[in-house]
Design a binder for this molecule. Structure first.
Ligand code: C2O
Ligand code: CU
Length: 397
């Protein structure tokens, strides 16, 4: 069971009232095994509505946790039973999908780890959530949400943390680090000291071959799995912030002689020949163009969920979607219920992802086999931008 509700937590040394699940801030790590069925009752202990979205999991549409498109908001005191199969292994997370810029920023999120049927050979498996929070002069969660929060780069925190599931490692041991960015708006440009490692998966999906990791860009919602050998204290640094946190090292054991292993790929759908095309133009924000609808941000001239879907296709259709950023800010576009491939400028298919970062003034094509029937959201995962209109949806029949 997951019970969202009020919790007391200590952030930056200051005790305060926030939100969490099952009395814990943030929510507890949920773990299951690939191929299993997940059954989870969400019992709403908030004074407000609740919804839980299983970010990155390819679940049936009515289990996706999105109001308007897939289910009604769970009222206070009521519950909803989520139930779905787990075809994919990897690093995922769950979070509130109701007034999420507010509820997630207060702590309604947690890791969701699906173990491989055959786990890679590592000594330790550590989850690290990179989270930031905006606090006032007293160090207490800042309730103020001025218009600037929504119109520019979002609400960036002034307290940064690396919430790790382990506080110690041994030099020489092989560890798997599962990085998750549940921050509402912040993009990290990470450097990791103390680990001689490689990237083995992005957004839960294994890479064909482990890849060197000089720097890791992690936008809101994105995940990155690394496997590596510990060489000292593991320190997480952001290009434009001081240390985010560290995992202390001690002792010494001999390093493995084996190379970093690749993970077993997840079963991905294949194109069936039917194709569709669409373009999403990101608009608005400070200094941006005008458009219809309620908010600052727009996609294809509409702010907020449009009445008609961006695409309405039959199951199995391969969609090529151009994401064009005509704004002065970066955006990370997240698609529900599927993973897509990023395409390089020459059209070559790259990594599988469920969120892709498109820089200001840039464009990227993605390719997705839409094999999961239902109505699926496609939105900016900078949650302040989503709240202010940057969302659309796809219908798969
Ligand atoms: Cu992580 Cu629409 O959400
Ligand atoms: Cu955005």
């Amino acid at each position: 069971m997951l019970r969202p509700g009020a919790v007391t937590a200590r952030i930056g040394g200051v005790k305060q009232e926030l939100l969490g699940f099952n009395g814990s801030w943030p929510g507890p790590e949920l773990r299951a095994r690939q191929g299993d069925e997940m059954r989870i009752r969400v019992e709403n202990g908030l004074q407000d509505g609740a919804l839980v979205h299983w970010h990155g999991l390819r679940v049936p549409n009515r289990m996706d946790g999105v109001n308007v498109l897939t289910q009604d908001v769970i009222p206070p005191g009521r519950s909803f039973d989520y139930r779905f199969d787990l075809p994919d292994a990897g690093t995922y997370w769950y979070h509130s999908h109701y007034i999420s810029y507010d509820q997630v920023s207060r702590g309604l999120f947690g890791p969701l780890i699906i173990d491989e049927r055959q786990k890679p050979d590592v000594d330790r498996d550590i989850t690290v959530q990179l989270f930031d929070m905006l606090v006032d002069a007293d160090g207490v969660y800042d309730e103020d949400t001025g218009p600037e929060q929504f119109t520019a780069a979002g609400r960036l925190g002034n307290v940064a943390m690396a919430l790790a599931s382990s506080d110690g490692v041994t030099v020489g041991e092989r560890v798997r680090l599962r990085l998750i960015n549940p921050s509402i708006d912040r993009v990290y440009d990470l450097r990791i000291d103390g680990l001689d490692g490689r990237i083995v998966a992005l957004d839960g999906m294994p890479l064909e071959a482990p890849r060197a990791a000089p720097g890791i860009v992690l936008a809101p919602g994105q995940r990155c799995d690394l496997i590596g050998d510990v060489t000292g204290d593991i320190v997480f640094r952001d290009a434009d912030a001081p240390d985010l946190g560290r995992i202390a090292s001690s002792g010494q054991r001999p390093r493995r002689a084996t190379a970093i292993p690749a993970l077993v790929p997840n079963p991905m759908p294949r194109p069936n020949g039917r194709e569709a095309r669409a373009t999403v133009v990101m608009q608005g924000g400070a200094g941006g163009s005008a458009h219809a609808g309620f908010g600052t941000w727009a996609l294809n001239d509409v702010s907020g969920l449009p009445r008609k879907p961006l695409l309405n296709v039959r199951r199995g259709t391969t969609a090529r979607i151009t994401l064009r950023n005509d704004t002065a800010f970066d955006h990370v576009m997240h698609l529900h219920g599927h993973h897509f491939r990023e395409l390089s400028a020459d059209g070559a298919p790259g990594d599988y992802r469920d969120g892709t970062l498109v820089g200001a003034g840039e464009a990227r094509d993605i390719l997705c086999v839409l094999d999961n029937p239902g109505d699926w959201m496609l939105h900016c995962h900078m949650l302040s931008h989503q709240a202010d209109g940057m969302a659309t949806w796809l219908r798969v029949g």
